[in-house]
Design a binder for this molecule. Structure first.
Ligand SMILES: [Zn+2]
Length: 134
């Protein structure tokens, strides 16, 4: 699974899979760098296109502020609902491993469906000391 690339620096480069190089898309520059490591690309901008570099840095920081807490929020909510399915509604833990349930979770934006599993939900239930209905 590839990690999502939020860093705007990637929009300023054209990555060539074949020879593993990134071409700077700034007019009159078009310098070719090896690989597509974000830090290397940023260093090129730092030395060659300082003003843009600062803008990208600012935008990246903005994105972090907007995206991270939201993502975190939804995941915690999903986990809570899963705990309640088991504790309040008395559903078996196996519901968490059902394909239909996993597909349902994948429809929720900014959640982390892969980390919703029996082990993690059990841990959360223990940590929050939910009562499991017998
Ligand atoms: Zn450049």
């Amino acid at each position: 699974m590839g990690r999502k690339r939020k860093n705007l620096i990637y929009t300023y480069f054209d990555y060539n899979e074949n020879n593993k190089t990134s071409k700077c898309l700034i007019e009159n520059c078009e310098q070719v760098l090896r690989g597509n490591h974000g830090a290397n690309l940023m260093r090129h901008f730092y030395t060659q296109h300082r003003r843009l570099h600062d803008q990208i840095l600012q935008e990246n920081n903005k994105n972090k502020e907007n995206v991270s807490p939201h993502k975190h929020d939804n995941h915690i909510k999903v986990m809570k609902h899963c705990c309640q399915l088991v504790t309040i509604h008395g559903r078996p833990f196996s519901i968490l491993e059902d394909n239909a349930f996993k597909n349902l979770l994948s429809l929720i934006p900014n959640s982390s469906p892969l980390s919703v599993n029996i082990k993690n939900v059990k841990t959360m239930i223990q940590e929050h000391a939910y009562d499991i209905r017998k």
